[in-house]
Design a protein. Structure first.
Length: 253
């Protein structure tokens, strides 16, 4: 991270807010960042009206934290189902961490300032009827980095601030299973979500929304994306993913 970017949160950071999608910006075979059983890192983000809020403000309630952006088909495909889930679980804080644009294009490009980023998040709320609370990360992706820096991660956090479940890609049905297990005193971290790609209709709609550049960039990267996910699925099916930490902390944030 550039030191100047940390000192000026309103300044664009090209190494994070990339101009073109490619696999150079992410590692799709593993999820970095906070793990199950660890305290959820606290962070400060902005609501759509610019009001700052901390993740720890939700301490005492279960939290479902999903990463997303208006150019991320994986996030967009689940908006309606996640809103429905939030309606069924009113005691849970359902939050969207607005990150960098997953597939920037000439119409919806990388964020050059915080106004760009907040406007993109507003677009999701207005055009896509996102009803959950949107927390807009800073331009350098400070919160995003702590939670794995992939485009559509999901983390379930218990009322004491500990991560009890995480996944590289959000699947609303698995999130609901995780919430039920947490409520019943079970261990949500043993759930093994499967990668479910965005339907072609959603994929093309979101990439076209961003611009032709986003479509071209995805087409170039697509063969390797498929290979990485097939390889990861095969490794997991062979039982070589390794054991996960099971110990729970006293609390987090």
């Amino acid at each position: 991270m550039a030191e100047s970017a940390r000192n000026d949160p309103g300044r664009m950071t090209p190494e994070y807010n990339y101009e073109h999608f490619s696999l150079a910006h992410r590692t799709l075979d593993r999820l970095e960042g906070v793990r199950e059983g660890e305290p959820a890192p606290d962070f400060i983000a902005s609501r759509l009206d610019g009001t700052p809020v901390r993740l720890s403000d939700y301490r005492g309630r279960p939290v479902v934290l999903e990463a997303g952006s208006v150019t991320c088909p994986m996030y967009e495909r689940g908006i309606d189902r996640m809103n429905a889930l939030a309606f069924r679980y009113p005691d849970v804080a359902f939050l969207v961490l607005y990150t960098r644009e997953a597939h920037p294009g000439e119409r919806l490009g990388p964020h050059r300032n915080m106004d760009d980023k907040i406007n993109a998040a507003r677009f999701v709320a207005e055009a896509d009827s996102e009803g959950r609370t949107i927390l807009v990360d800073d331009l350098d992706g400070s919160a995003h980095r702590q939670y794995g820096m992939l485009p559509n991660t999901v983390h379930v956090i218990d009322p004491d601030g500990a991560v009890v479940f995480r996944s590289m890609w959000n699947d609303p049905s698995v999130v609901e299973h995780a919430l039920r297990r947490m409520r019943s005193g079970g261990d949500p971290s043993t759930l093994r979500p499967r990668f479910r790609p965005a339907p072609p209709k959603v994929l093309l709609r979101i990439l076209h929304r961003a611009g032709w550049q986003a479509l071209r960039d995805f087409a170039v990267a697509f063969p390797r994306v498929v290979w990485v996910h097939l390889k990861r699925w095969w490794t997991a099916s062979q039982g070589s993913t390794g054991s996960r930490a099971r110990q729970r902390p006293l609390g987090g944030w």
